[in-house]
Write a protein that binds this ligand. Structure first.
Ligand code: SF4
Length: 66
């Protein structure tokens, strides 16, 4: 599973980081970026889904594996 944050949609609520700090980092403005180039480690898929479902801007999405 691989995810990414759309920087143009992210408004920096920090919610994804609060729910899944293993998967996201946030900058000083609270804007999020997916860690590990978006690759979700095994066992953390549910947390990724939770973050996706709780992003108020619909900024997190699943991308195709390459
Ligand atoms: S929850 Fe969504 S809008 Fe908020 S910081 Fe994360 S990606 Fe950005």
């Amino acid at each position: 599973m691989r995810i990414c944050v759309d920087a143009e949609k992210c408004e920096g609520h920090n919610r994804c980081f609060a729910l899944a700090p293993e998967l996201f980092e946030v900058d000083d403005l609270g804007l999020a970026k997916a860690l590990n180039d978006g690759r979700v480690p095994p066992g953390l898929e549910d947390k990724a889904d939770l973050a996706i479902a709780n992003c108020p801007e619909f900024a997190i999405r699943i991308v195709e594996e390459d």
